[in-house]
Ligand binder design. Structure first.
Ligand code: HEM
Length: 411
């Protein structure tokens, strides 16, 4: 039996459907209890495909190091099949879709420029940027914090990392926005914008080769391991990976952190009083990643043989995803998983993944979120929601927790 002919597990809406997005944690709890391995569908833009999902912590963690579940045996990812050629190319060349020695090679080269010194320097940049954004917003009482604050911070960090100069920022922004647009507008329009982003990245690579600069893209071009370097396609794929992995995730982490803290005013007050850079801030950010992490699942794996979980056989060739957002609320893995506890240590959540593909930017992301929230609370200690809490809604996106808007009153 192939995965496409296997019946869907009853009681679970398609991942990415509005029904799922309306109550992800409710569906996760149901899955953990009734269907820890389930078949459903992922619906997103041009992609619609049956998938198997794992909901319990131990199973999710184990599958992320299971050699029977590689990312792309034979090269292609089934989920990428509905995407245009130029996007599929970058998706398939990315380290996130590679396995074994191919993955090790890319990861070693790509990790080189992410040094603690570079992260520290970006930290200063984030603080200045956050302060500058708040200066620009001075006088506005009510605003969409997602759009006006959470989004520009990681956008500028990524643009800096890739060394996009002022002249190219608007063009870069058009492409990046299209990439993360939830497929709004026409397919043709979307394709054209992504194609232009690919061209811009190729131009940037050529420019940095000719004139090396002090940025991560130059670091990636120059990175060398045993005489080996990244090819042009790998460099382009890496820049796309940085955009997808480091932009959407981080702006949602900032937004989710603010919403979660506004939901827990005692914790918010405690953090506001705590001196900057304490262990409390660090554990608080990790608790947001566990409790309201922006990423609900990893890139899909493909089973290379039949695998049986709980008496249910997943056939070879099936697409399998661990539901990280569910694993992180599993009562078998966390005490009182539905309690937001900013002192939770250790916090062995899977919000940054696990195993060989563990998030390369986790420290950068933690720093960006911590600094963005610190600067915001220091400037606007009385910040509050500007709409009733139940009007805040998630976008119907598979495996991402992204609020449509975050209207706040800065106070
Ligand atoms: C991988 C989460 C921010 C770069 C991952 C994975 C997760 C994750 C779950 C594993 C994906 C998988 O196994 O398929 C997050 C979250 C972030 C964040 C929650 C912010 C809140 C960043 C940032 C960067 C980054 C800021 C870099 C600028 C990467 C890269 C990978 C990755 C390159 C692929 C690593 C590999 O395949 O070896 N991230 N990420 N991430 N992340 Fe992040």
């Amino acid at each position: 039996m192939t995965s496409s002919t296997t019946p869907m597990t009853e009681g679970i809406p398609a991942i990415g459907s509005p029904e799922f997005a309306a109550d992800p944690q409710g569906h996760y709890a149901w899955l953990r209890e009734h269907a820890p391995i389930a078949q459903t569908k992922i619906d997103y833009g041009p992609v619609s495909q049956p998938i198997w999902v794992l909901a319990r912590y131990e199973d999710c963690r184990a599958m992320l190091t299971d050699p029977r579940l590689p990312r792309s045996p034979g090269g292609g990812s089934a989920l990428a099949a509905g995407l245009p050629e130029h996007v599929r190319m970058v998706s398939e060349e990315s380290l996130i879709m590679k396995d074994g020695t191919q993955h090790k090679r890319l990861r070693a080269l790509v990790a080189k420029p992410f040094t603690p010194k570079v992260i520290e320097r970006l930290g200063e940049r984030v603080r200045a940027l956050a302060t500058h954004r708040l200066d620009a917003l001075a006088g506005q009482d009510v605003l969409d914090l997602r759009q006006e604050y959470a989004l520009p911070i990681p956008f500028t960090v990524i643009a800096d990392m890739v060394g996009v100069g002022e002249a190219d920022r608007a063009r870069f922004q058009l492409g990046v926005t299209a990439m993360l647009s939830n497929f709004e507008g026409t397919r043709q329009d979307w394709d054209a914008k992504i194609r232009d982003l690919t061209e811009l990245v190729r131009e940037l690579v050529a420019r940095k080769r000719a004139e090396p600069a002090d940025d991560i893209l130059t670091g990636l071009i120059q990175a060398e391991e045993d005489g080996d370097r990244l090819s042009e396609d790998e460099l382009v794929a890496m820049v796309f990976t940085l955009i997808v992995a480091g932009y959407e995730t981080t702006f949602n982490l900032i937004t989710n952190a603010v919403v979660t803290l506004l939901d827990h005013p005692d914790d918010l007050a405690r953090l506001r009083e705590a001196p900057e850079d304490t262990a409390l801030w660090r554990s608080a950010v990790d608790e947001v990643v566990r409790f309201a992490g922006p990423v609900g699942g990893t890139k899909p794996a493909t089973s290379v043989e039949d695998i049986t979980w709980y008496g249910q056989t997943v056939p070879a060739g099936a697409t399998v995803i661990p539901l990280l957002g569910s694993a992180n609320r599993d009562p078998a893995a966390f005490d009182e998983p539905d309690r937001f506890d900013i002192t939770r240590t250790p916090n062995h959540h899977l919000g940054f993944g696990h195993g060989p593909h563990f998030c390369l930017g986790s420290n950068l992301a933690r720093m960006e979120a911590r600094v963005a929230v610190q600067v915001l609370l220091a400037r606007h200690p009385a910040i509050s929601l500007a709409v009733p809490r139940d009007e805040l809604a998630f976008e119907p996106m598979p495996l991402w927790t992204r609020y449509r808007q975050l209207p706040v009153r800065l106070g």
